[in-house]
Design a protein around this ligand. Structure first.
Ligand SMILES: N[C@@H](CCC(=O)N[C@@H](CS)C(=O)NCC(=O)O)C(=O)O
Length: 205
């Protein structure tokens, strides 16, 4: 059985919870006890030296990092819909995974960490990063339903959670119509699951 080392309030972990559900895979979540710093315990650091979640254990195959786990699940279990063969599509998906790890992490995810968990951040820089990445994503979605090609991919899953949680970082995405519609499109999918803090979006899909 697939085991997901998990933090319930983590958008990075939610990417993996979503992917496992979309693939309809059996899995179990092991919630880390943050109050006892379980993520920094010797036993956990042996699995992930970075001391972070998500971490996937697929019958002994251990993968850290949300983007890497999405790649693993898509290529191992997803078939061509989730892991296309075309090099240009794979490159485009990789570019969005990088955006998730960079601009999304240093923009909306950081603002949420500040407003929800009190993390010290450079707010003007996080706000500027957020505005820029939201503009780019909204433009990308203005004439296509999904971030890459004409079908949902792990690019969408990697970008979605911290956008849907952006209001917890005091960012209002309602003026980004294409993003709001894309969120609603994802939330309408069979097997979609929410997490605390995600309010379902409305919009024509
Ligand atoms: N690049 C990593 C970042 C993971 C990460 O930042 N995890 C946070 C939760 S969202 C964490 O484990 N925080 C606990 C800690 O760092 O002690 C990924 O995408 O998985």
């Amino acid at each position: 059985m697939i085991k997901l080392y998990n933090i319930p309030m983590s958008g990075n972990c939610h990417k993996i919870r979503l992917m496992l559900c979309f693939l309809d895979l059996d899995y179990t979540t092991l919630d880390l006890d943050l109050s006892n710093r379980e993520q920094k315990s010797e036993a956990y650091l042996q699995r992930n030296p970075f001391g972070q979640a998500p971490l996937l254990d697929d019958n002994g195959t251990i993968i850290r990092d949300s983007q890497a786990i999405l790649v693993y699940l898509a290529s191992q279990y997803g078939g061509e819909q989730w892991w296309p063969k075309a090099p240009n599509q794979l490159a485009e998906i990789s570019a969005w995974l990088s955006t998730a790890a960079n601009e999304i992490t240093h923009g909306p995810a950081l603002l949420r960490a500040h407003h929800l968990f009190g993390r010290e951040i450079n707010q003007p820089m996080a706000l500027a990063t957020t505005q820029k990445v939201l503009n780019i994503i909204d433009a990308q979605l203005s004439n296509q339903s999904w971030l890459v090609s004409n079908t949902m991919s792990i690019a969408d899953i990697a970008i979605y959670p911290y956008i849907a949680l952006a209001h917890q970082g005091e960012i209002d995405i309602s003026s980004f119509v294409h993003i709001s519609t894309w969120c609603a499109r994802i939330e309408a999918l069979h097997h979609y699951i929410a997490m605390p803090g995600i309010d379902m979006h409305t919009g024509e899909q």
